[in-house]
Ligand binder design. Sequence first.
Ligand code: SF4
Ligand SMILES: [Zn+2]
Length: 285
Amino acid sequence: MNKEDKAFIRKFEAKVAKTIKKYKLANKKDKVIVACSGGKDSTVTLYLMHKLGYKVEGLNIDLYIGKWSDKSLKCIKEMCKKLKVKLHIASMRDIFGCSICYIRSGIQAKIKIHNCAICGVIKRWLLNKEARRLKGNVIATGHNLDDQVETLVMNMIKGSPKLSLGQAPKTGIIKDKKFVQRIKPLYFCTNDEVRKYSKLMGFSVVSEPCPCSLNATRRKIRNQITKLEKEYKDLKLNMIKSFLAELPKMVKGAKKEKLTYCKICSEPARKDICKTCELIGILKK
Ligand code: SF4
Ligand SMILES: [Zn+2]
């Protein structure tokens, strides 16, 4: 490895350590559950949280998306074994009796809804439930700067900027004993930086995108932002910095949302029935 690469690695690791410290994402007594998908972002998160001395365990949600899921799982197992980190696997087949693809097509036969809108809701529900069962204090996800900017833009396009209120490095605005705090240690690292770090470190990761996300709106927005950044340097970082500067005021001014527990699964919900049970209900109809 040359001098420049070594300097990049040091700088990247220092940036992640600074984010964790500045935003008080975790402390050394916390049990950190890292949501591992097998991609570069979550693998880097797992590696760095472990390297920085946090107590980490990996959690993979096995969605059963054909070969892509098999490959992802193989990469995660390899990394956890290398780091001697415990890996937990929550299998869709064990929990729901079928793959995410089966659930998705069943729901889509009845209502118009995007792949990721179904998968994302169910994954978040499962992650929270499993992390709580594992007595995790925080769930670390691999969201990077590009993901964050895309989310902000997507929420604006959808006409729901309020959805961005929970998009800080420490996510969410509603605290509840049944919610495990989610954190994003790579919040200020660009997609390119994470990719470069993962490559330089020789991590074995799944580089192909999820086959179900090919038409996702997120992908289209990502392409547009990449084009814009060629013209406006540091566009993503500037957007995120201005968002974070305004966030406390926005949260203070927002109407307090009330949280309840789902009448079917008892998980935290905004309505009587949580989104996951609502989707499963549509599938069973
Ligand atoms: S890209 Fe979409 S469908 Fe694929 S794993 Fe992520 S949320 Fe699920
Ligand atoms: Zn429910």
